[in-house]
Design a protein around this ligand. Structure first.
Ligand SMILES: Cc1ncc(COP(=O)(O)O)c(C=O)c1O
Length: 435
């Protein structure tokens, strides 16, 4: 980093401070992780200079022979990781991957059914402020308010809603849902109403790759993901098809008249549909991350992520917190703070004072606005990468409780901050990036 330091001290300073922030605090944002040095190195390479519109072997630009190797490796490794026929590794982000799914499967104005944002869904699943809710007609299913299914999706309700609205597509996937999905049930509903079934596994891709959660690929017409959450790769997206199939829109190859495969339509939706040149440095970095995820150590990591989340949720329950759905099957838990007399915004700010980073989050049936919220979302992927196990996560919960019990007490925050910093020193992170 010495060149950057003298070339652009202001940016160097911002980067140094951000790296120090990551080093010195508890990172509990469920959608974040810490990539390896190899993944970082691949991203910081001259591959960023290369234009490579098209696909390996079929580019619109010359000089692509080496970036082709990187993209081919990324594709092959992703296919092996998820046991699927086809993948496109070019989406710049999860939202871009999702945009390509909509562009392929729906026409503007078409109706689709997705998980309500305030019940754990994602903006790109039909929020009125997102292209998905602006261009398409979004309808929602949600989680149950009470009873033994409280906080969980009841598939009977999804079926009722699907029959009522007859969607062209049903989406699964979430950014704040701590339970696994029943893909078989979703597929049978999709078949009943003749809808496409799409899973956005952005949050759980790493846990699915490790075989620790149900596998959406055999049941869904298409699966999209980010690569930077539990999958622990660079910030980007990807689209996958389990078993490729002929498209049902009657689209044929211009010369031969052959019916195009669905994968070809998704490829075209990514480029030229929604993107220009792919980010080849990021694609090379994805290949590195997928290579890492294929190693047995990654499966142990993913298992630890889930065990830590279970311990975290149990500890919160033991301390009298209300955990949505009572626990977790995956890497995150959602805490409803209404019984503690705190908003998500207040809790997030108090914890930030102790260098504990979480995000405020709507809880199901929230009465606060998305800017205030009644809950916080906590995830284990990042701190598990640092080496935290169940004992450390018990301490994490106890420290969070100390802060939230006296949320306006700066002295408590400072005391906790010192302990957070002490624990972080035992689990070093990026000592190689910036001194
Ligand atoms: C379920 C889900 N889909 C899509 C995205 C969007 O990913 P990105 O931020 O890379 O566009 C997210 C991000 O949080 C997500 O949780």
């Amino acid at each position: 980093m010495s060149v950057l330091e003298s070339a652009d001290p202001a940016i160097f300073d911002a980067i140094s401070k951000e790296v120090a922030r990551q080093n010195d605090g508890f990172e509990l944002i469920a959608s974040e992780n810490f990539v390896s040095r190899a993944v970082l190195e691949a991203m910081g390479t001259p591959l960023t200079n290369k234009y490579a519109e098209g696909l390996p072997g079929k580019r619109y630009y010359g000089g692509c022979q080496f970036v082709d190797i990187a993209e081919e490796l990324a594709r092959e490794r992703a296919k092996e990781l998820f046991g699927c026929d086809w993948v496109n590794v070019q989406p710049h982000s999860g939202a871009s991957a999702n945009a390509a799914v909509y562009l392929t499967l729906l026409k503007p104005g078409d109706t689709f059914l997705g998980l309500d944002l305030s019940h754990g869904g994602h903006l790109t699943h039909g929020s009125p402020v997102n292209f998905s809710g602006i261009l398409y007609h979004a309808e929602y299913y949600g989680v149950e308010a009470e009873g033994e299914m409280a906080g969980r999706i009841d598939m009977n309700r999804v079926r009722e809603k699907a029959k009522e609205i007859q969607p062209k597509m049903i989406s699964i996937g979430a950014s704040a849902y701590s339970r696994d999905f029943d893909y078989e049930a979703f597929r049978s509903i999709a078949d009943e109403v003749d809808a496409f079934l799409w899973m956005d596994m952005a949050h759980t891709a790493g846990l699915i790759a490790a075989g620790l959660l149900n596998d959406p690929l055999p049941h869904c017409h298409v699966v999209s993901t980010t690569t930077h959450k539990t999958l622990r790769g660079p910030r980007a997206g990807m689209i996958l098809v389990g078993k490729d199939y002929e498209n049902s829109f009657g689209k044929v190859a211009p010369k031969s008249g052959r019916i195009k495969m669905m994968s070809e339509l998704f490829d075209s939706a990514v480029f030229p549909g929604i993107q220009g040149g792919p980010l080849m440095h990021v694609i090379a970095s994805k290949a590195v991350a997928f290579g890492e995820a294929l190693k047995p150590e990654f499966n142990s990591y993913a298992a630890q992520v889930i065990e830590n989340a279970t311990v975290m949720a149990d500890e919160f329950v033991n301390l009298g917190y209300s955990v949505v759905s009572g626990g977790t099957d995956n890497h995150l838990c959602l805490i409803d703070l209404r019984s503690k007399g705190l908003t998500g915004k207040e809790a997030e700010a108090a914890l930030q004072g102790a260098e504990i980073t979480v995000n405020k989050n709507m809880v199901p049936f929230d009465d606060q606005s998305p800017f205030v919220t009644s809950g916080i979302r906590l995830g284990t992927p990042a701190m598990t990468t640092r080496g935290f196990g169940p004992d450390e996560f018990k301490s994490v919960v106890s420290l969070i409780d100390d802060v939230l019990t006296e949320a306006t007490n700066a002295d408590v925050q400072e005391k906790v901050r010192v302990e957070v910093s002490r624990m972080c020193q035992h689990f070093p992170l990026y000592d190689f990036v910036v001194a």
